[in-house]
Design a protein around this ligand. Structure first.
Ligand code: G3P
Length: 216
């Protein structure tokens, strides 16, 4: 399973990259705003800075909601750097734009996916990635991980190449469960990734080794 970090914070991206397990980055308008970035030039420069920090795909979301606007914006984003993936909302014009970009060989990530039907449509439109938001489903008492399993089943039935990018991952067990279900990618915060390495028996075992090593 690929590990993407879901942030626009350069320090966190750098820290995740230094860990040596990072495969890419996802951003969205809320995450960009959180970093205080505004204005097209600054936004574009920030995406370029992220691409310089990591080796893998970097999702950059369009702000337009009409086909022409998404095409114009997506083309400008894709021209910024070869690692840019054009992120499109799961709406009618977003699906049309997804088909447009996939026909041109430009990578896409269809976002704000909350149902199997939406995921099926994104795959039919040639999406590189589909982003089901598992945490936001959990927030409304609906099993987000169950959706990942259902999409996995449908994609496997028809050998769709679209990668399931489990998004809105909130904690470490989300990552473990996504891996068990067979998500292709997960995107989450650095804290959730770092949680994977923690175990009290590792800590106590290391303390004992270091204590005993004093007698060597
Ligand atoms: O990857 C999508 C993500 O940014 C949304 O996460 O925690 O705002 O639901 P969250």
């Amino acid at each position: 399973m690929k590990f993407f970090i879901d942030t626009a914070n350069l320090d966190q991206i750098e820290e995740a990259q230094a860990l040596g397990v990072l495969d890419g980055v996802t951003t969205n308008p809320s995450l960009m705003a959180k970093e205080g970035i505004s204005g097209e030039a600054n936004i574009f420069n920030h995406y370029k800075a992220i691409c310089e920090l990591v080796d893998g795909d970097v999702s950059a979301e369009v702000l337009s909601t009409d086909f022409d606007g998404m095409v114009k914006e997506g083309e400008a984003l894709a021209a910024l750097h070869p690692q840019i993936v054009v992120k499109l909302p799961m709406i009618k014009d977003g699906i049309k734009a997804c088909r447009y970009f996939s026909a041109k060989g430009i990578k896409t990530n269809v976002t704000l996916v909350f149902s199997v039907g939406q995921a099926l449509l994104a795959a039919k439109a040639g999406a590189t990635y589909v982003s089901p938001f598992i945490g936001r489903l959990d927030d409304i008492s609906t099993d987000g991980l169950h959706l990942i399993g259902e999409i996995r089943e449908v994609y496997d039935n028809y050998f769709f190449e679209t990668e399931i990018l489990a998004a809105s991952v909130r904690h470490t067990m989300h990552i473990v469960d996504c891996a068990k279900i067979g998500a292709d990618v997960m995107t989450g915060p650095l804290s959730a990734i770092e949680g994977l390495m923690r175990h009290p028996l590792t800590d106590s075992g290391l303390a004992k080794f270091l204590e005993d090593a004093k007698n060597l």
